[in-house]
Design a binder for this molecule. Structure first.
Ligand code: FAD
Ligand code: NAI
Length: 491
């Protein structure tokens, strides 16, 4: 006898667990299967997926500890606080990170209980279409479900010839679990993980070199943000080499030696104690038995879906990292909610144009909507409001005046097309821009909203005013790029 459910969710990451909870709230009888125990001491399946176990949450915990360490070492003295030379106890730092992970992953089990979602332990793979829907094998059990949501996520992409053992050569899993600060750390890939993990270990004292294949730095971000970030990270001691080609990588028990060709075509060698490979992620579709049921994949091996996460199979949906779009936890959750609501006959939606991005370096980088280079490429006429944090009273009080807010608005309609922030707390500041864009706001709308003083958000306000060339606390410049010699009075 197989178990019967209205909905089976395959994968318990942010896309899967949120879809399961929302579907249960809507009255469906829901099961979610998860095969990964991650580091669970009892070997039981862990909910939360990459995000909670080996992604967003542990990385942000380490970023916070290393930020405090760097502040204690370099930032406190200017405020009259002397603490001597700070020391880092890596096992305590990692233990704290693990406690947070345990708390959150077990919290989702609690949410499943409360919402009456059945957790099944095991790998889900399609067997066949059944009378009522789909038959899926979970571990050794057969499960029948009227509808199936695939939320199997992604795994780190590895490079041929570079064996990841998560000791000497790590992907995201080992990068979050080092037992000591490596004296020399190499990273391949200057993307989001490269910059975040490079920052963590660099702040704690590693000599960090990041080898990036592309000739341009952070080309996903707005061009001005990328330029500013490159300057700041160089000042922080991150050695980022662009346009490299990785050659042979030899690992020993003690370290790793990386041969590469630099941007000028010269052969180089980098010796390091540890290497982190952070060159993107691949969708988890292996083992789903997709072929047997005719589930269509796209040209990049992701599950092929329409704008509402419907696959080519009736009653089978797919969300999160396993489908197209940015590989972000909040995007996966949005899609999970949308699918559950669509299954219930509601008009679920996900606005892919207003999904925010954040890179949790210091300063943080956050953006939503179009970059200046995208608008130029699309031939869209736009206006720019760009204001630095240099004279913002709150930023001065916090001792961190780095960065700026850049707002891009349609030249004719004034509708906000993109907002790009590099600053302390940019991850929080971006929400205002997301809300504004979701409501189809014009820069004038934000310019006319009262912002609390003194806050960093006043710079968002000024950037909106600057779109109309009328910033109140920024003298000497027309709207547009900040020019050398502009006077920046108090804000
Ligand atoms: P996943 O979280 O990958 O979950 C999928 C789950 O499905 C996994 O637990 C897997 O074991 C399980 N599974 C797979 N196949 C099967 C099967 N056949 N049967 C049963 N179970 C299966 N995103 C952000 O938005 N903010 C961040 O700050 C952020 N930081 C990150 C830091 C790092 C180091 C990494 C690696 C990623 C980070 N991300 C971040 C990305 C984020 O983790 C992912 O976008 C998100 O986890 C995707 O959710 P998902 O549910 O699609 O997949
Ligand atoms: P990424 O796509 O952000 O960056 C990978 C980088 O590696 C790119 O710059 C790419 O050009 C480079 N690269 C690829 N092949 C290479 C090679 N052979 N040699 C040298 N460089 C090479 O991927 P990353 O950093 O692995 O992160 C994966 C995803 O996880 C992110 O794209 C993001 O979706 C998610 N993530 C999100 C975070 C956040 O929201 N703050 C934090 C960390 C990850």
């Amino acid at each position: 006898m197989s178990k019967q459910f209205d909905v089976l969710v395959i994968g318990g990451g942010p896309g899967g667990y949120v879809a399961a909870i929302r579907a249960a709230q809507l009255g469906f009888n829901v099961a979610c299967c998860e095969s990964n125990a991650y580091a669970d001491p009892k070997g039981e399946p862990r909910l939360g997926g990459t995000c909670l176990n080996v992604g967003c949450i542990p990385s942000k915990a380490l970023l916070h500890t290393s930020h405090l360490f760097a502040e204690a070492g370099h930032g406190f003295a200017a405020q009259g606080i002397s603490v001597g030379t700070p020391k880092i106890d890596v096992p305590t730092m990692i233990g704290r990170k693990n406690t947070i992970v345990n708390q959150l992953t077990s919290g989702i089990k609690g949410l499943f209980k409360k919402n009456k979602v059945t957790l099944l332990n095991g790998h889900g793979s399609f067997v066949a279409q059944s009378e009522s829907g789909w038959q899926v094998k979970v571990g050794e059990e057969l499960v029948d479900a009227t509808q199936v949501i695939i939320a199997t996520g992604s795994s780190a992409r590895h490079l041929p010839g570079i064996t990841v053992d998560n000791k000497i050569i790590c992907d995201n899993v080992g990068a979050l679990d080092m037992e000591a600060v490596p004296k020399k750390l190499a990273l391949i890939g200057a993307g989001v993980i490269g910059l975040e993990m490079g920052s963590v270990w660099s702040r704690l004292g590693s000599e960090v070199t990041i080898l990036e294949a592309l000739p341009d730095f952070l080309s996903v971000t707005d061009i001005d943000v990328a330029k500013e970030a490159a300057k700041v990270f160089a000042r922080q001691g991150l050695n980022i080499q662009l346009g490299v080609q990785i050659g042979e990588v030899k690992a020993s028990k003690k370290g790793v030696s990386i041969a590469y060709t630099d941007k000028d075509g010269k052969a180089q060698k980098l010796d390091a104690d540890r290497l982190i490979v952070s060159v993107g992620r691949i969708p988890n579709t292996e083992g789903l038995n997709a072929d047997a049921v005719g589930l269509k994949l796209d040209e990049r091996g992701r599950i092929d879906v329409d704008g509402h996460c419907r696959t080519n199979l009736a009653g089978v949906w797919a969300v999160g990292d396993v489908v197209s779009g940015p590989m972000l936890a909040h995007k996966a959750m949005e899609e999970g909610v949308m699918v559950a609501e669509m299954m219930a006959g509601q008009s679920g939606h996900c606005n892919f144009d207003t999904i925010p991005w954040v890179i949790y370096t210091s300063p943080e980088i956050a953006w939503v909507g179009q970059t200046e280079q995208q608008l130029k490429a699309d031939g869209v006429a736009y206006k720019t409001g760009k204001i630095p944090f240099a004279a913002n009273g709150r930023a001065l009080g916090m001792g961190d005046t780095s960065g700026f807010v850049k707002m891009l608005a349609d030249a004719k309609t004034d509708r906000i097309l993109g907002v790009h922030i590099i600053s302390a707390n940019a991850s929080e500041l971006i929400s205002e821009a997301v809300v504004a864009m979701e409501f189809g706001a014009a820069s004038e709308d934000l310019a006319r909203i009262c912002h609390a003083h003194p806050t960093l958000s006043e710079v968002v306000h000024e950037a909106a005013l600057a779109c109309d060339k009328r910033p109140l606390h920024f003298l000497g410049c027309e709207a547009g790029p900040i020019k050398a010699g502009c006077r920046v009075p108090r804000l």
